[in-house]
Design a protein around this ligand. Structure first.
Ligand code: ADP
Ligand code: MG
Length: 301
């Protein structure tokens, strides 16, 4: 097969591993810089051009679209879809997953567990917004944050009000969420590929920190999932319409709750923590599923 990894940086661990695994299984794997692709969208034979030439006809693309380039990145993925190329994650599903509120709204409609969450831009009654998710302590998040930046724990309602007011002053959209204290600063990253959890790790926040992101100094270890956790992760990826997803779950005293669903999950942390060859499993999933014009809009909203 001919596979393209859409990635801005060929040196990134995930990009390198996916390329290596594809080549080892006998495929041709190119790394294509998403931001350097350009497209002729008027032609009735859609194509993607790159460095002065049209790209060859790929059987499959693996989008690794960074959060800061979602808009252009998803339009490149969409162009491949127009050409009938199979994409591990569809453009619509990537866009959905980038907006935390949209994701949670979709998950909630399917009855998937999540922390009690409120959403606001300019609430007139901040105290009511806080009360509505169960009162302080609460977690306040910027709608489009990533790697733990823009996620704050407010221990008291006074602090929560002050933070919400500050974000309001910046005209930011925010989520106010029940703080899952019993998770003890740990979350579980479930890597779902093709409707199965193929690897899972527990991430523990550094001492004195509640955010378990590895970028924030969290440490990873292998974890055994309960059947309910496994089902929650698989259902979340399916609801989002993602073929490959990193589903982040907190262990709350009302069962597993989904915090977010990531459409370009990193491979380094999870391969190292679990010792599993995740990259090969992703390529095997592609080989099984990549049929021309197989990409269709999955999930709704
Ligand atoms: P980001 O997209 O920036 O990673 P997250 O929503 O994943 O933002 O939050 C970052 C981290 O903060 C999570 O991995 C988790 O450890 C912690 N966290 C987030 N929301 C909650 C919550 N409601 N209760 C407890 N911990 C939380
Ligand atoms: Mg996160």
């Amino acid at each position: 097969m001919r596979i393209a990894i859409l990635s801005r940086n060929p040196k990134l661990y995930s990009t390198r591993r996916l390329q290596e695994a594809g080549i080892a299984l006998g495929h041709e794997v190119d790394i294509v810089d998403t931001m350097h692709c350009y497209m002729d969208i008027t032609s009735n034979r859609p194509s993607v051009r790159y460095k002065g030439k049209p790209l060859p006809k790929y059987d499959a693309v693996i989008p690794r679209i960074g959060a800061s380039v979602t808009f252009y990145g998803t339009s490149v993925v969409r162009q491949f879809e127009m050409m009938g190329t199979y994409s591990v994650n569809e453009s619509v599903a990537i866009s959905r997953s980038r907006d935390k509120l949209r994701s949670l709204q979709l998950l909630s409609r399917k009855g998937i567990g999540m922390p009690r969450t409120g959403f606001a831009n300019h609430p007139d009654k901040i105290d009511d917004l806080i009360k509505n998710v169960g009162g302080a302590p609460v977690v306040i998040k910027l709608l489009e944050g990533t790697q733990g930046i823009g996620v704050v724990l407010a221990e008291t309602s006074k602090t929560a009000e002050a933070i919400i007011e500050a974000f309001m002053g910046l005209n930011a959209n925010i989520l106010v969420q029940e703080y899952i204290k019993e998770a003890g600063g740990a979350d579980i990253r479930c890597l779902v590929v093709g409707g199965k959890v193929i690897a899972a790790m527990k991430r523990q926040a550094a001492p004195g920190e509640f955010r378990s992101n590895l970028h924030r100094g969290g440490s990873a270890s292998i974890v055994r999932l309960s059947p309910e956790e496994r089902k929650t992760a698989v259902d979340a990826a399916k609801t989002m319409g993602l073929g490959m997803a990193g589903v982040d779950i907190l262990r709350s005293n009302h069962g597993p709750v989904v915090m977010e669903v990531n459409s370009s999950p990193g491979l380094e942390g999870i391969e190292k923590a679990t010792g599993k060859d995740v990259a090969t499993m992703v390529i095997e999933h592609i080989v099984k599923n990549a049929k021309p014009n197989k990409t269709k809009t999955q999930g709704k909203g």
